[in-house]
Design a protein around this ligand. Structure first.
Ligand code: AQP
Length: 339
């Protein structure tokens, strides 16, 4: 842990290639990643091992394609591979190896308490063990890079607290080994709700099944507009911010996260006006963000070999950081013959 005193602080984050990325993933995660690139040393991975936790949801050929899609969306969102290390989690074997070591250090009670496990296991056809031990894999992702900060949406806060707790437990069991990470959650856009059901978080997996739930980053302009214009609000017709329903608050949050204003400032402009004005402006703001992103995405996917070269170089850089940390953890735990 000594070299960490001499380097830029580090950031690690990732997205699962478990479906089509949506505006919540963008506003909660990707948008903040982009702005961290000059201040931090950044590691952004496509966490494909996590996408296996509900295997029925992602067929192998789809997983391969989604992995490339997510990586290309990172770059299209402004992640610069010269300043940030972009890689695929399963191509750096230290993640799976450390995940086992941390799974063994994870009390079952802690895993059982995770709200994401509870909600995902309710809807899963068969509940795989990986769904339960997912936070230990996520802890491995973070701890391998000695990340200082983990920029995520609000739903991942509990998993980062778990990573801190398991790191502290490992350090207690085997001596100081891991640095404890901190969550970095944006003030606005950290929890974008489903457009069809604003009491539920917008999620990739629900978006795959329910049209009108999510705004996909690669959705066609008319689909984006339609989803926003049809977003569930309430039976009123003019905005009264003090009494706004979850659906209206969600639309205002989306606008505020894109414009960089606070929700109160945005809402003040629409106070007493019909919901249609707000929806129309949200649709324009979202399209203003997505149009250039889609164009850049098409360029990246059209440049044969470019994405592979970025991911090959990223995996190599990631291994150079992760492998020594894994080796240190294995020695600390008494694994293998090296002292
Ligand atoms: N609705 C959301 N609002 C704000 N941020 C969100 N994130 C997810 N949903 C929202 C953030 O996006 C990043 C990537 O998430 P993930 O792929 O690791 O998994 P997740 O949090 O479980 O995301 P989804 O979209 O709900 O996917 P599925 O349906 O596959 O589980 C994280 O930083 C997350 O906080």
């Amino acid at each position: 842990m000594t070299e960490s005193n001499h380097r830029k602080p580090r950031v690690l984050s990732g997205v699962q290639p478990s479906g089509a990325l949506h505006i919540g993933n963008y506003l909660g995660a990707l948008l903040q990643w982009k702005d961290l690139q000059d201040t931090y040393e950044n590691f952004f991975c496509v966490v494909d091992l996590h996408a296996l936790t509900v295997p029925e949801n992602v067929k192998p050929a789809v997983l391969r394609e989604k992995t490339l899609e997510v990586a290309a969306l990172y770059l299209a969102s402004g992640i610069d591979p010269k300043r940030s290390t972009v890689f695929v989690q399963s191509e750096v074997s230290a993640h799976a190896e450390l995940a086992w070591v941390l799974t063994c250090a994870s009390p079952l009670g802690w895993l059982n308490r995770m709200t994401q496990f509870k909600s995902k296991s309710e809807s899963a056809h068969t509940v795989g063990a990986g769904l339960l031990t997912y936070p230990a894999l996520m802890a491995a992702d973070i701890l391998l890079y000695e990340a200082d900060q983990v920029p995520v949406g609000a739903d991942q806060k509990q998993h980062i607290e778990f990573a801190r707790d398991v790191a502290a437990r490992f350090n207690e069991l085997y001596g100081p080994t891991f640095k404890l990470p901190n969550p970095m959650i944006p003030p606005t856009g950290a929890r974008i709700m489903g457009l069809d059901a604003p009491e539920q978080k917008m999620s990739k997996s629900t978006g795959e099944k329910a049209p009108g739930h999510a705004i996909g980053l690669l959705d066609a302009p008319n689909a984006v507009k339609k989803a926003i214009m049809r977003a569930v609000t309430d039976t009123g017709s003019e905005l009264v911010w003090a009494e706004a329903s979850p659906g209206l608050k969600n639309l205002v949050s989306i606008y505020a996260a894109i414009s960089g204003e606070t929700p109160d400032v945005v809402a003040a402009r629409y106070e007493g006006r019909g919901y249609g004005y707000l929806k129309k402006d949200v649709a324009e703001a979202v399209e203003g963000t997505l149009a250039p992103l889609r164009a850049r995405y098409a360029e990246i996917r059209g440049d044969v070999g470019y994405l592979d070269s970025v991911l090959d170089a990223g995996a190599e850089r990631a291994r150079a950081v992760a492998d020594p940390v894994l080796a240190r953890a294995k020695i600390a735990a008494g694994l293998g013959r090296t002292r």
